[in-house]
Design a protein around this ligand. Sequence first.
Ligand code: NAP
Length: 263
Amino acid sequence: MPEKTQCRAEDREAKLGTLEGRVALVTGASRGIGRAIAVGLAGEGAKVAVNFQSDSSGAGETAALVAEAGSRALMVQADLRDPEAVSALFAETEKVLGPVDILIANAGITRDGLALRMSPEQWDDVIATDLTAPFLCTKAALRHMMKARWGRVVFISSVAGLKGNAGQANYSAAKAGLLGLAKSLAREVGSRGITVNVVAPGFIETDMTSGLDEKVRDAALEQIPSESFGQPEDVAAAVVFLSGPDAGYINGAVLPVDGGMSM
Ligand code: NAP
């Protein structure tokens, strides 16, 4: 059996727990989808670095849930728009938990408005948080992954990145950019046992969507064949799978988790 095929087979058979001994870093894990991902990965045995920007009490709650799931958590504050903060985030994680084997680039923001009225600040802020930060985090993570010849990177994109969305030119551009970034990286590092994939959630019930008015929610629901909104755990299940030993031959893929909304 060729060496790389053998490695994947061994990975699958080991089912170590299934992420026992792995270190995961989840950006934007103080609430919502990031929190569910952190807890999901912990449930499979991974130690989890819980990154947040400002909500330390939310990050504390996530860390407590990770501990409840039987794993170790580290809370790390970092504003991912700042490249130095990204370096410090990885240094701190490595010092306390070990080098990052699994990177989930989840942190994201919206600054909605019609493109004609969108300010350069609205554009820049979203591109910096939703596209440049995942690039910076991946660069920092790949150093160890390349040496270890094993790694998992998952970007959290959006249905808006697949289809576009009126009022979200900045967000859609950033989220679509993640697809190109993931596919290019998958080609660059696939030979080293590293996979880079994208999960594209549809309408998920979190703080990001709770402020939307009833009309917008009703219109969204009409576009969802599964006739319900998603929960953070629906997204986490896909991310945990892509992070695990059974997903070693999935690379450069885009997986919608949207009840069929993007069809
Ligand atoms: P959320 O509840 O608004 O949480 C966003 C998270 O990102 C928070 O933990 C926040 O940290 C963190 N964050 C924001 N800016 C940051 C920065 N500069 N540095 C570090 N962390 C930062 O969002 P969510 O709904 O869970 O969404 C998570 C991801 O899924 C995002 O990428 C979003 O675009 C994507 N998504 C969401 C939906 C949906 O329907 N909810 C749909 C498609 C895609 P603090 O709390 O500390 O500020």
